[in-house]
Design a protein around this ligand. Structure first.
Ligand code: FO1
Length: 308
């Protein structure tokens, strides 16, 4: 079965690594959010791409999920002494990826090409595809003004109240042809349990991607990032309430109903099955918490079974 996943950062990386244990690499593609990308000390940082690649390579930090395992922070410490902002914690070995990427981009390569190079040099054979090659930075309108995504997410720890989320320049962005092919030629498309506005939203906003999802013959399935009214990770639940939406798995299902076939919720949300079915979606239940390496594979296995 050819599978294409739509992915944000840490939660998505867990599911993608479970899928990679079951689906041959040639049949697995991952379309990754690049709305989190930003400039740091002149370097081009792509946190979600790196999180997916490091996880697939078995190199990710075991607790944070982002960055590299057993990295050191000597460069950051020196920068702190020099008076630089160090709230975004870039490790010494991680730095090599950002220097490599930035240099290649300066030489005129596209982000997709650089990403393919980072993958092959990291031993990752799954196709990891940035949603677009052009910068589409996510911004949030908040009670503390309009903020860059990482400022909101890392520096301010998601504490500002959000009024709106927007993806700057997305109207002019295009999806690279392999992204549209990965959707059009898949047997199954899986939306990972990622934040609907900060991770999946930017991907769906790239012109052509949502239309391809509506048109594909693939079965499309989403895994809820909300379990029993709480986000598995990050600010999704708080954002839903701040944006005036129902904080529940069913509330997330409604965001994708124009193209989705199957919505998978945790067993704790059994009672929402009727509400999801009323949206015209097939409501299915699985154990969605991925707190061990084995549980990543079990969830991937359950999803592949549901998809037939
Ligand atoms: N997330 C944090 O919460 N704090 C950090 O200092 C931090 C550093 C960092 C460095 C490299 C990288 O690839 C990711 C990093 N992240 C950090 C994660 C990043 O903010 C992601 O955008 C989010 O996890 C959303 O997916």
């Amino acid at each position: 079965m050819k599978v294409t996943a739509l992915a944000g950062g840490v939660g998505a990386a867990k599911l993608v690594s479970g899928l990679a244990a079951l689906v041959p690499a040639r049949d697995l593609s991952v379309i990754v959010n690049t709305g989190d990308d930003f400039g740091w000390m002149g370097l081009y940082i792509c946190p979600d791409l790196d999180t997916i690649i490091y996880t697939l390579a078995g190199l990710a930090h075991p607790v944070n999920g982002w960055g590299l395992a057993a990295d050191s922070f000597h460069c950051l410490e020196r920068m702190r002494l020099l008076g630089c902002d160090t709230w975004f914690r870039i490790g010494d070995r991680d730095l090599a990826t950002h220097i490599f990427r930035t240099q290649r981009l300066h030489e005129g390569q596209r982000l997709s090409e650089v990403t393919a190079a980072v993958c092959s040099r990291s031993g990752v054979h799954v196709r990891v595809l940035p949603m677009t090659d052009s910068p589409v930075p996510t911004h949030v309108d908040t009670d503390r003004g309009t903020l860059d995504f990482q400022e909101y997410f890392v520096r301010l720890q998601c504490t500002p109240r959000i009024f709106a989320v927007f993806y700057s320049g997305v109207d002019r962005a295009t999806a690279p042809p392999p992204v549209l092919e990965a959707i059009g030629e898949a047997d199954a498309v899986i939306l990972c349990p990622s934040n609907p506005w900060l991770s999946i939203g930017p991907i769906l906003a790239v012109p052509g991607i949502r239309e391809s999802l509506r048109a594909t013959r693939a079965k499309t399935l989403a895994v809820s990032p909300i379990v029993a009214g709480k986000a598995l990770k990050g600010p999704a639940a708080a954002m839903m309430s701040q944006l005036g939406l129902e904080v529940s798995a069913a509330g997330v299902a409604g965001l994708y109903r124009d193209f989705l076939d199957i919505f998978v919720m945790d067993g704790r949300d059994q009672l929402l099955r009727g509400q999801v079915a009323a949206l015209g979606l097939e409501a299915r239940i699985a154990e969605t918490i991925m707190d061990t390496p084995a549980s990543r594979v079990s969830l991937a296995h359950a999803l592949l079974e549901i998809l037939g």
